[in-house]
Design a protein around this ligand. Sequence first.
Ligand SMILES: [Cu+2]
Length: 116
Amino acid sequence: MSEPSYAPTIILGFIFVAAIFYLIMIYPAERSNLITGGPTVVITGSSFLPSALQVNAGTTVKWINQDTITHTVSGEKFESGSIPPGSSYSYKFDSPGNYSYSCLIRPSMHGSITVR
Ligand SMILES: [Cu+2]
């Protein structure tokens, strides 16, 4: 008598979890990239997605607040002010460097833009 195999169930479970992860964490950023045609950072679930982004000098980065509460994008060189849900903020990065930023409303929110 052989034991029943749970392998197919486990594999399906992994695929399911990966699909959910993609829908929540990656798809919003990819979709907004398609809409704007430029690099975007999506604000959702009180976090910046992606939290680290690399762009070439001269690139305009757009932050889109898809969260349910207001956030800010606040760095040394740029300050968005309040970004209500559904609104966005853009900043053009002209000089190479590493630009870290956070949210003044929720200082635990951090992100960085690396400009090459
Ligand atoms: Cu915030």
